[in-house]
Design a protein around this ligand. Structure first.
Ligand code: SF4
Length: 515
């Protein structure tokens, strides 16, 4: 079991830090499709740079570890209890080594277990089979994309698409709608797994199961093969693009599975996965516990270091005629009112992290630091203490901002906060507050945890660490922290615009295609 534990540690580290070859090829294809000078091209160049840095530093591709989920097939006679113990030990070790963020939280008290273990965490599903080896698959699927999963109960009425009936065409509409409703919030461009049939839980299970298929495989079911092809061709016409910035590629992969259902229910379940599609698998010798083979690693590899060398200019410089503005925090109202949607900003100075627990806290407490003119960063970083007891940032990309919608506007006004950095955009309440108060929303590139960690030059302090590492308020000094203005103080929101135009485009798919 000692060797098996080492093999599991290797699998966890590799999954967290290095994207598999099939995913890398899909991202490289998307990058090639975007025109230079667009926001989507800039976002994809940042993503490519981030993948390269994660490769080189053996550090998490994204700071959000997600819910580690193992699917294991074992020959008869293998001790599953011992395997489970070994996996738990490997998870705790990888967390201690900064390869995973402590991400397991007590649902009632909010307390973080600190080692990624907890009731039901990690998820480990065993199945027995007739073969003579162990097959272990692991997926790390973060919260941003997990929250965009969706389940439809047919028949139903769908925004932009009308009636979705209990047939293949109704399923087609549900899948297109699933891509539309995710917008950029699940860190598009994404991959989707679809489960047709089952009940509410087995339908989702089947949808997630599809994410373990290779991006390049071909569905053996002819009807589903055609549907997968249709979705890949047409979902990209919605124009949502990378990070919801608009663009040619919204979807990187679509895999559909089917199972029986009971006559009264007809579910279509969709599991959405971000571009940081961290799933790998290994074949293990049950006698020795050693890895015999890695899955998803066949075919050509994409060397993102070489890809980036080919690009002549750094990401933000590829923005054609869009304005690039350097901001030194703290910010004045005048500086902020000068910013417009589409501007690219490079931030120097202090930023302060704050996500769910901090926002809730600030509603009825004083801030631990003077936030007047300051920038809040929606981020739950991976932090480790070095030998001298100083905090080191291991990964620090943005988290999904919309969760803070109930609080954000009030907090900005109460403390004089001038800018918020996050991803996926915010809603009407925040947009109104930005206009009234003189504030701006800056969209960072979701999942670019290494890229942003590199922009952080020092950790100047931390407050409210009792909320756990991801939820604490970290005081970070940054240089050249690049983001795009997607909501400004003049009432403009790129997110609103893209949502509206993608809804109009969705309507072109209203007529039946599959009889
Ligand atoms: S890339 Fe985005 S959605 Fe995916 S895990 Fe990271 S933050 Fe979450």
């Amino acid at each position: 079991m000692e060797k098996f534990q080492q093999s599991m540690y290797q699998l966890i580290v590799e999954t967290s830090t290095k994207l598999p070859k099939d995913v890398r090829r899909a991202i490289a294809r998307a990058k090639a499709r975007e025109n230079a000078g667009t926001r989507a091209a800039m976002a994809l160049t940042t993503i490519a740079g981030n993948i390269k840095m994660a490769d080189e530093n053996v550090s998490p591709i994204c700071q959000d570890t997600g819910l580690p989920t193992f699917k294991i097939k074992v020959p008869v006679g293998v001790n599953q209890i011992k395997m489970k113990e070994a996996i738990h030990a490997a998870i705790a070790q990888a967390t201690k080594d900064g390869k995973l963020r402590p991400n397991s939280v007590d649902s009632l008290t909010g307390e973080n277990s600190g080692d990624n273990l907890g009731v039901g965490v990690p998820v480990i599903k065993f199945e027995q089979w007739e073969k003579d080896y162990i097959d272990v698959r692991l997926i790390l699927k973060g919260g941003g994309c997990e929250n965009k999963n969706i389940q439809y109960s047919l028949p139903c009425e769908l925004e932009g698409l009308g009636r979705a009936g209990r047939d293949l065409d109704g399923i087609r509409k549900c899948i297109l709608h699933a891509v539309y409703q995710a917008q950029g919030q699940g860190c598009s461009a994404g991959f989707i797994g679809v489960g047709i049939g089952g009940d509410r839980s087995s339908g989702y299970e089947l949808a997630k199961e599809q994410l373990f298929r290779s991006v390049d495989d071909v569905n053996p079911n002819e009807q589903l093969r055609q549907l997968e092809e249709y979705i890949m061709e047409n979902a990209n016409k919605l124009g949502i693009g990378t990070m919801g910035f608009g663009g040619e590629t919204t979807l990187l992969g679509c895999k559909i599975g089917v199972m029986h259902r009971i006559p009264a229910s007809f579910f279509v379940s969709v599991a959405y996965n971000c571009w940081a599609f961290r799933r790998l698998g290994v074949k293990i010798d049950p006698e020795t516990g050693e890895i015999q083979e890695w899955f998803y690693q066949e075919g050509e590899d994409v060397d993102f270091a070489r890809e980036l060398e080919k690009a002549e200019q750094p990401a933000a410089a590829q923005l054609g005629d869009k304005r690039e503005i350097v901001l030194e925090a703290p910010l004045t109202e005048e500086q902020v009112r000068n910013l417009k949607v589409g501007d690219v900003v490079r931030i120097n100075g202090m930023i302060y992290t704050g996500r769910d627990a901090i926002h809730k806290y600030l509603m009825d407490h004083d801030a631990p630091v003077d936030l007047n003119g300051q920038i809040i960063y929606h981020c739950g970083p991976v932090m480790l203490k070095d030998e001298s007891g100083n905090w080191q940032v291991k990964a620090a990309g943005p988290t999904t901002s919309i969760r803070e919608e109930p609080y954000q506007g009030e907090i900005m006004k109460k403390f004089g906060v001038r800018a918020v950095i996050g991803k996926g955009g915010m809603g009407a309440k925040t947009l109104a507050a930005l206009k009234e108060h003189g504030g701006v929303y800056l969209n960072a590139i979701g999942g670019a945890a290494q890229y942003y960690a590199d922009c952080i030059k020092s950790v100047e302090g931390v407050d409210l660490l009792e909320f756990g590492i991801p939820e604490a308020m970290w005081h970070l000094k940054v240089e050249n922290f690049t983001a795009v203005v997607t909501m400004d103080s003049h009432g403009n929101s790129l997110h609103e615009d893209v949502e509206k135009s993608s809804l109009e485009k969705l309507a072109q798919f209203k007529e039946p295609v599959f009889k």
